[in-house]
Design a protein around this ligand. Structure first.
Ligand code: ZN
Length: 158
């Protein structure tokens, strides 16, 4: 394996990020959601609001709206495809894997992150890591809110 992605792979990743940015998955609202979680990244001005509908400890469905840079919005879209239908335990494991990929440049890229693999290059740009992790931190806040009984929660990245 080469130390960094080959040019062709870079191009593929860039197209994947733009596709999610222009056509975000799971966009919209869920009127009957258990939890609404909002996240804000003041460094870049990224915003994300997600509604989470749980069935026991499983995330039955989610809906996301947001605005901001392509990294932040593509990450939320990619995340939504990956986590829909998964258990809270599985989501936490994937979240840890994703954050590890972004903070440990050179670590092997996990095989089960789906399109999120396209964001591995973000690890080289510390200031963009918060863009990429905003949706995940917001989802984690939403899960914690569910465990406290549901409702709304907002976070601002420090
Ligand atoms: Zn951003």
């Amino acid at each position: 394996m080469p130390a960094r992605p080959e040019p062709l792979l870079d191009e593929l990743y860039r197209e994947l990020i733009l596709d999610h940015y222009k056509n975000p998955r799971h966009r919209g609202s869920l009127p009957a959601a258990d939890v609404t979680a909002e996240g804000y990244n003041p460094v870049c001005g990224d915003e994300v609001t997600m509604q989470l509908d749980f069935d026991g400890d499983r995330l039955a469905d989610l809906a996301i709206v947001g605005r901001g840079c392509s990294i932040s919005q593509a990450s939320g879209s990619m995340m939504s495809e990956l986590v829909a239908g998964k258990s809270i335990g599985e989501i936490r494991r994937l979240s840890d894997e994703f954050k590890q990929m972004l903070t440990d440049d050179g670590a092997p890229v996990p095989k089960d992150l789906g399109d999120l693999e396209a964001l591995q290059g973000v690890a080289k740009f510390a200031v963009r890591v918060k863009c990429a992790t905003l949706a995940w931190h917001t989802l984690e806040d939403g899960i914690q809110q569910l465990e406290r009984g549901g409702g709304s929660v907002a976070r601002e990245e420090a």
